[in-house]
Design a protein around this ligand. Sequence first.
Ligand code: NDP
Length: 491
Amino acid sequence: MIQAVSAIIDGKPRQGSGATIAITDPATEATLCEFADAGAALVDEAAQAARRAFADGRWRSLPVERRQDLLRRIAARIEDAADELAAIETANTGIPLTQAKQRHVARAGYNFRFFADYIGQTSGTLYDQAPAHLTLVRRQPVGVAGLIAPWNAPVALGAMKLAAAIAFGNSCVIKPSEQAPLGVQRLVELLHEAGLPDGVVNLVNGLGHVTGDALVRHADVDLVSFTGGTTTGRVIQSVAGERLKPTTMELGGKSANIIFDSADFERALDASLLGIFTNNGQQCLAGSRILVQRSIADRFVPAFLERTRRIRIGAPTESATELGPVASARQRDRVLDYAAIAVADGGELLTGGRRGADLPRGYYVEPTVVLAHDPGMRVCQDEIFGPFATLLLFDDPDDAFRIANGTSFGLVSYVWTEDLHLALRAQELLESGVVWINTPMMRELRAPFGGWKDSGVGAEGGAACEAFYTRQKTISIARHPLALAALGRPR
Ligand code: NDP
């Protein structure tokens, strides 16, 4: 297992002198390693290193083919190190190893390949209508990006930010969650092993309100890409806003998964379980509110419960495990508290709501299902972020759309129906940045992924990242020598 460092600056590991932070394996509660919070001094060094790398053009001025080659080499290096990277991610987060390898690490490699291809096809705009001028609009990298990532999918989400930021020629400083920095730290090492010039990608590990805050405030950081909770997002956006730094905010969700009676029943059932219980339930895009049409509730609810009770909960390193531990004791207690809150608010606890059975150590929570009778209940409104499904029944499509839209969030929606016209109506009316129809989660990187309402500002994806990580420049060129008014010339 790798040892956490406080920072990687100009390609070199660094130790800081801030508060000691312990990293825990959520499956065993054992301390994996400790490191010192990077703090403002190392953030300053990291940001300056990124600025130097940007200013001297060691990366952004390379021919695009060389940058593409390197991004592809990085993807290959990630794929070669897939077992190692997945093992680190699993040990640090509790994500089942099979999911860490097949989804997170595979996606991390794909992110670099995707942006390698993307940057080979970008183009500017030409306006040639004016008789005396040609006007070009081109895009240039912004400078130094501050990238802040959460603990629930550090490698996949961190790789998305890194790939997008550097593909367009920027340098960056990334700060993973202090709770789960090991996978991102190894990822940054792999980038260097693949040949990325020093200083282009720098890492700082540490506390959000110390190291993260210093990064957002730093004068050399030109823009901030943040994925995390809505409350933190508000803080970061206001700090960045004072300095007029552009931000993207990928925030929380309480997404509706709507099962109409016209759905393909078995597929909707399979996908509903995947939607809430993969990644140990800790996904921004979890289908955590499962809205079931009343006419099929007698069939759907028992089937969902039976399958939930059969989910294999256990050590995330076991290949048979479907649900591992949640990421921390705090997260476990939060999920369990919501089982009690559901009952106090008049809901029915149908299964779960307890620590994982037969597992004396580790932050295990039984997969939990609650039936809510009022969409205003806290378990229908708050992002719980764990293996906790809230079921709600509805009578007709209008009822479903009203409930689905009745939260402060708007990240994604899932719709299950074989009725084409109903599906089209649903995508029209649902207030979320993404609508998935008859499919579980599907990240199409060419398309924007971003939330509405409290789920975010801006988006990630091909063109969305190009817009964020570059800035426009308009160049007007005279087509021929211009006849200019001759101010001050003797007449
Ligand atoms: P947090 O908002 O607590 O933290 C996210 C990151 O921000 C961490 O690296 C954290 O550091 C850092 N941070 C905290 N405070 C500050 C600050 N004042 N200034 C700068 N950085 C700061 O989120 P979690 O890590 O708890 O992640 C879970 C949340 O992420 C959920 O709400 C989930 O929905 C959301 N999420 C959204 C996704 C999306 O694409 N929309 C995808 C995945 C998750 P530290 O951990 O060290 O405090």
